[in-house]
Design a protein. Sequence first.
Length: 694
Amino acid sequence: MTTTHVRAACPHDCPDTCALIVTVEDGVATEVKGDPGHPTTAGVLCTKVARYAERTYHPDRLLYPLRRVGPKGEGKFERIGWDEALDAIAARLKPIAARAPEAILPYSYCGTMGLVQGESMSSRFFHKLGASLLDRTICASAGATGYKYTVGASVGTDMEQFQHAKLILIWGGNPIASNLHFWTRAQAAKRNGAKLIAIDPYRSLTAEKCHQHIALLPGTDAALALGMMHVLIAEDLLDHDYIAQYTQGFEQLKGRAAEWTPERVAETCGITVAEVVELARLYGRMARDGEPVAIRANYGVQRVRGGGMAVRNIACLPALVGAWRHPAGGMQLSSSGSFPTNKPALQRPDLLPDAGKPPRTINMSTIGDDLLRAASPEFGPQVEAVIVYNANPLAIAPDSSKVAAGFAREDLFTVVLEHFQTDTADYADIVLPATTQLEHVDTHTSYGHLYMMANNAAIAPMGEAKANTEIFRLLAARMGMDDPCFRESDDELAAQAFDKRDARAVHFDWEALKQKGWQRLDMPDAPFARGGFPTPSGKCEFYSERMLADGLDPLPAYIAPYESRASNPELAAKYPLAMISPPARNFLNSSFVNVTSLRATEGEPHLDIHPGDGAARGIADGDMVRIYNDRGSFVCKARVTDKARRGLVVGLSVWWKKLAGDGKNANEVTSQRLTDMGRAPTFYDTLVQVEKAA
């Protein structure tokens, strides 16, 4: 028996981007473990990725090209060969591309976070076609925009420093489920005497293990941050030197914060005045005493109408108290802006037919409406063809009934690159089998740590599966694209992934990275200890001229949800319960839902409802319930629990529809309305009613 150990990287949409060691015996991957030498992974994997071999060898893997033989959505296919599949795709795309290339749309997201298998060869293909561009907004764009206006880029506290903090605010996240290696550092900090406070409408697994849980109403985080500013300023818990040297707009901020008294904030957020005041005092006093105070904000904060502003407001807090002076202080939303990726080299926007007049952009978060939209001067041509890769829009996009109706159009030609026959694949005309992370080469950044990562192929592709890059090379050839860039190998692509002219990645060498598996960026321990913010002013911008120019309030503000009892009482009279749908612990968005062992652990779709709300509706624990509003409905099992605050229901997601009892999931009731900035979805800005199911 021949045994080898291959260095790899987790490809999934998680900030941890774990370094993997894959054990291969006679060509078969027998075990996937965390790399014990990687400083953040430290040999530990989540339960999902620890079972990655099970996913790769799953009996339902797509191994051959398929052609639809039944109605769209029914999932009936016949096996065909690659030549037949590629010829069929080219035959449909060529006349569209000749007549109206913008009628062709890519739809992709973070089924892999890899720079090579994500958006490299695929982007080259769509740029050369002149296809519509896709605005990839569905996860992080609102918060990233608000943070960028304030701090300048997605740069913040190093994950490896959090264990040295003395106060950690875990704001809008559940890291036990979605950021395990940050959580181990928070636990280390706790053992060293740090206080952990969770700010979250739901008492998640993480909130249960913190010293304090502040259960504010969904969509009110911006108001809580303003209330903290009010107390910090009123009680002079400020670092005046840091403010004077490294911030812009403090005098204007004082006026705005003065409006947000603890009483107003408590009423807006549905919490007590004492919670507002004591949180601000603890944060300010500890910082004043020289203790490192840190905020780990996550994207749950930003999935509401005012989500971008909420992240902006939170990002002002560390500069007010000088928390950035300490390596273990400050804030992390994402570390992705630390990486000098060379996207122009990978994606080649210069291939566009007219770089001065780029094609239209379609927002992935409004795909339901956009697939149903007719041609018009404002919209452009009707979408006639969609190529889906690294995504499952039928499960993950909001207002799901419209998404299904759009993909059900008989005149829409749909190609899906996939590992499994997902909800979206059921609507495809052609399905192409893609390789998993164990079967191809890739390189990765992270949005939780500071290491460039390499993924080596551990095994040969299963069946006739091909890497995304190879599929788009083949499609490019079929479409007559003869540019040399379409013949570059995956290793040649990976070697271009990082910009070596940037001091942070000056030592990047692809061959060396492949051998070691990971390499740390050259970054300071405390990125903003002496200012140097990557904003136009070089300072943390409490007042933002860019926001004013973009038609936004230049100061921190509160933007009420679209759907809440306070902002829309008429709708709340009809649908009185707020609903959020955070990730289930054993799934990652819609990935892993079909892995039998993980789905068995998760059980079945369920809804957490407060005992008072359950009793008012005659709902007992274990009852089947119907959750509905004007957009749609779904059915699942009730868990009556005070983990959900009164007036809130929580549906842990995202289930494949076909694996749910009623063939639906939580996105039946979510909205296509967009956030205040970043054009992102408002998944947690949703009012519903719940009743016992018949």
